[in-house]
Design a protein. Structure first.
Length: 523
């Protein structure tokens, strides 16, 4: 088996919400109503909300389900009520140029999630109780009723999205096993007529690690998970990059009749296994690296042979003649990284969950103490852990949450956060480095962005002290774990138990150990 050279990167995507159990989503698109016109809405019945008399709005063919009402503090503006569907340059939507105009979303139930998109001047719409609305932020409705807003200046409301209450949030710790085959032979016509792939415009251009420009491959009914790109040797591609879905004389698949055309498998992870099935001269596809950075540049691809990727990135190939690529299979084993971080907009109940949730309650001399929490308030930054790769639905909390008085974990559920350590404040992000998971320091010389929904540690210089790494201690565990240290792997996979420092243990007790090269947590 051949190992492919690829560049290293620090991955922050250690936990993700892979889905939520919820009902329907309603989208009220005022931009669509406003395009090409300036008009006052059609008004329905009068309703009272937020202490103001409002009117239900609609346009021809769209009543907005009787969910939206508008009006000034007193309705004395004739027929417009201060709101108009309007397009003005880049600003589109339901427009009001005045202060003191009411906007209400009606008939909501507890747990509805409401997102309002605003253009022109953000924060010129506020809740009646005074808080400014953040465009694009999702708000969870606390009780049955209406959400009432008032304008503080000229505002364009583009869209309102209402989601039914979320029942549970599905979380994944670790990287689940994957085994998927992309079959290019299913796209070809029965005859010899070629089908030209779509998505080869500049909007889908990708620069791979070989500095070669490729264009994401798709058809009208199959985007191949955005895993593939095709292109010429240089960016001046011609003839649809020479690639077609084609059936000719028994040869079927993604066809290229020329040499010097590139084919890339995108968004691969370390230890992914890639198998390419080729017909019509199976040695007419070769590993390609334009800058000759790879020791395998120029080696012919053997059809049906499995190649292992050594680091996150892409695999790039070049045609050396006429070639039909029939299938690409991508595999990887489940990878247990032990922990993860999360900031959710939902209040979550971990009481009966296998995944454990923690806040960072204290730090001293480079050791961070984590306290377990079961009934988690919304927007609480968390460290999560599990003994194995797991995807689990965590129910949304129905009832009172625990009080979190101290938490050194920070983060946002909806916005990314730029981080750069200083002499006084030290940031640590949870990620993978060198194949090992842990909290790694953010440089003082460059900014690193923590993604929305992820948590990071914010420590003072005195809490870090002279420690060269961050260790983790759990309040219910007497052991301290240097989770970001290198894990010492035994010389052979002998089923023996080792500490994180590589010391063999005959009878392991509670804690984190290494067995057959993998970290295992024993409760």
């Amino acid at each position: 088996m051949k190992t492919i050279y690829r560049k290293f990167w620090l991955s922050l995507l250690m936990v993700m919400a892979v889905g939520v159990a919820k009902g329907a989503t309603e989208t009220y698109d005022f931009v669509k109503a406003a395009e090409g016109t300036t008009q006052a809405p059609t008004y329905g019945e009068t309703v009272t909300s937020g202490g103001a008399d409002l009117q239900l709005i609609s346009v021809a063919g769209d009543s907005f389900n009787n969910r939206i009402a508008v009006g000034p503090t007193t309705r004395n503006d004739g027929t417009s009520n201060g709101f108009i569907f309007r397009t003005a340059g880049d600003w589109k939507g339901l427009w009001s140029q005045h202060d003191g105009r009411n906007f209400s979303i009606l008939n909501l139930v507890k747990g509805n999630r409401v997102t309002i998109t605003i253009s022109k001047d953000d924060k010129t719409l506020k809740f009646v109780d005074g808080d400014a609305v953040v465009s694009g932020k999702t708000y969870t409705v606390p009780a049955n009723g209406n959400l009432d807003f008032i304008t503080t200046g000229s505002v364009y409301i583009e869209k309102v999205v209402i989601e039914d209450p979320v029942e549970a949030e599905a979380l994944t710790i670790g990287i689940p096993a994957v085994d998927i085959t992309y079959d290019f032979t299913t796209i070809v016509p029965n005859s010899e007529n070629k089908v030209v792939p779509t998505n080869q415009d500049n909007d889908h251009k990708v620069t791979t690690s070989s500095t070669n420009n490729v264009y994401k491959l798709a058809t009208s009914d199959n985007d191949f998970d955005n895993r593939f790109g095709v292109g010429g040797y240089t960016s001046d591609r011609t003839g649809d990059s020479g690639f077609h879905f084609y059936n000719h004389s028994g040869y079927v698949g993604l066809y290229n009749g020329y040499s010097g055309r590139t084919f890339s498998v995108l968004d691969l992870k370390k230890d992914d296994k890639v198998t390419i099935t080729i017909s019509h001269n199976s040695t007419t596809l070769a590993f390609f690296d334009k800058d000759n950075a790879s020791a395998y540049a120029g080696d012919a691809v053997t059809s049906g042979q499995t190649y292992t990727v050594t680091a996150n990135g892409s695999l790039d190939f070049i045609s050396t003649g006429s070639v039909y690529i029939e299938k690409v299979r991508i595999q990887h084993d489940a990878i247990n990284i032990g922990g993860a971080t999360l900031v959710s907009s939902n209040a979550l109940d971990f009481t009966n969950a296998t995944i454990e949730a923690y806040v960072a309650s204290a730090a001293e001399a480079g050791t961070v103490t984590f306290k377990r929490i079961y009934k988690v308030p919304a927007y609480t930054p968390l460290y999560l852990k599990a003994a194995s790769v797991i995807t689990e639905e965590i129910p949304v909390l129905d009832g009172a949450a625990e009080t979190v008085s101290t938490n050194l974990l920070k983060g946002s559920a909806s916005a990314s956060t730029p981080l750069q350590s200083t002499d006084d404040t030290k940031y640590y992000v949870f990620g993978m480095k060198g194949g090992k998971a842990g909290f790694y320091p953010v440089s003082t010389n460059a900014t690193l962005t923590s993604a929305a929904g992820k948590a990071y540690l914010e420590l003072t210089a005195s809490q870090v002290a002279a420690a060269s790494r961050i260790s983790i201690k759990f309040e219910d565990d007497s052991q301290t774990t240097g989770i970001s240290t290198a894990v010492t792997k035994p010389a052979t996979d002998d089923n023996a138990w080792y500490t994180l420092q590589g010391v063999r243990v005959a009878h392991p007790t509670r804690g984190i150990y290494v067995r057959n090269g993998k970290k295992v947590f024993i409760k």
